[in-house]
Write a protein that binds this ligand. Structure first.
Ligand SMILES: [Zn+2]
Length: 318
């Protein structure tokens, strides 16, 4: 399926990116002591949240967060790590709504018309069933589900931040996926930019697998621990604007852990691709069209090399 060449500034303006980062930095200030060290009330030391390995190597710092590469599975995670429930409180107290309003709404036309549509096409090419039942975990206001619903998919979502859908054909549970009890099974379960915010993403994948029908599909998009952006951060310190996410992106997945997940849960990897806005995130400058096109071409090649800042993964129940 054709990739989309995406201009970061069509999706999010530089002004919005900078102001949201500032807002987030302020919102999470109380997590740190006056000397900028992580407050023990909010943080604790952990082993790798994806494979359990204790050993890790320091990779880089973003603001006051310290990122480490797991010595066993190559994933990247913050250590000390936010305690369970802390990030969720940020979603509940309205902070996340500000993010939604400033950054998600502004690019919603591109999201809905182009990005979400491509996701749907990718999934439907792997699902061989009429009117499949889909659950989108962390569905936001249900933009992706609206596309599914239009194609007569039975569409349901889970969202913790209190956002509701305007579409009466889409059922959104304002709840926590990991603690919910489901009485039915699904043909597709998706996690778009969700697992990296969870305290225990492996549990969520395990739960999703158990909720799948025969030949069911799990798709997720997660930050990559092997991106060009990550390599840049390891070598040259800078504050990436899109890492407002420094508070929220606590876990970055490696190819190795994706393979391990596939083996552990007996899920076949149908496809892995990488999508990114690495170069534009680093440069954070708007250029003339000719230069922008060249930057997007280089990004396109980085994505082909699986070096974009996100992995998109499609796993099928065997
Ligand atoms: Zn690990």
């Amino acid at each position: 399926m054709d990739k989309i060449k995406l201009n970061l500034f069509d999706l999010k303006s530089k002004k919005d990116l900078l102001s949201v980062r500032k807002f987030f930095s302020k919102s999470i200030l109380h997590w740190f002591n006056s000397d900028s060290s992580p407050n023990k009330k909010y943080f604790r030391k952990i082993s790798c949240p994806l494979c359990g390995e204790k050993e890790s190597n320091h990779a880089f710092n973003i603001e006051n967060f310290s990122y480490h590469v797991c010595a066993s599975c190559d994933s990247l995670y913050t250590n000390p790590h936010l305690k369970d429930g802390i990030l969720e409180s940020l979603y509940r107290d309205g902070t996340y709504q500000v993010y939604q309003n400033s950054l998600v709404k502004s690019g919603s036309k591109i999201r809905k018309g182009v990005l979400e549509k491509r996701k749907f096409n990718q999934i439907s090419s792997l699902v061989n069933k009429k009117n499949p039942r889909i659950l989108d975990v962390g569905c936001g206001r249900g933009t992706f589900l609206e596309i599914c619903e239009k194609q007569n998919w039975i569409s349901e979502g889970v969202e913790t931040s209190g956002i509701v859908s305007n579409n009466k054909n889409i059922k959104i549970y304002n709840d926590d996926f990991n603690t919910m009890i489901f009485e039915k099974k699904f043909d597709v379960i998706t996690f778009w930019g969700v697992l990296e915010h969870m305290f225990d993403p492996i549990f969520a994948i395990k739960k999703a697998k158990n909720l799948l029908n025969e030949n069911g599909l799990i798709s997720f998009e997660v930050p990559s621990s092997e991106s060009f952006l990550g390599e840049y951060l390891k070598k040259y310190s800078f504050l990436p604007t899109r890492y407002i996410e420094s508070a929220r992106h606590n876990i970055f997945f490696s190819k190795k852990i994706i393979n391990q997940i596939s083996k552990k849960f007996n899920l076949e990897i149908k496809k892995i691709e990488s999508n990114g806005l690495d170069i534009q995130t680093i440069l954070l400058e708007e250029f003339d069209k000719k230069t922008t096109d060249k930057i997007l071409n280089i990004q396109d090649i980085l994505n082909d090399l699986l070096l974009g800042d996100h992995y998109r993964v499609f796993l099928k129940k065997k």
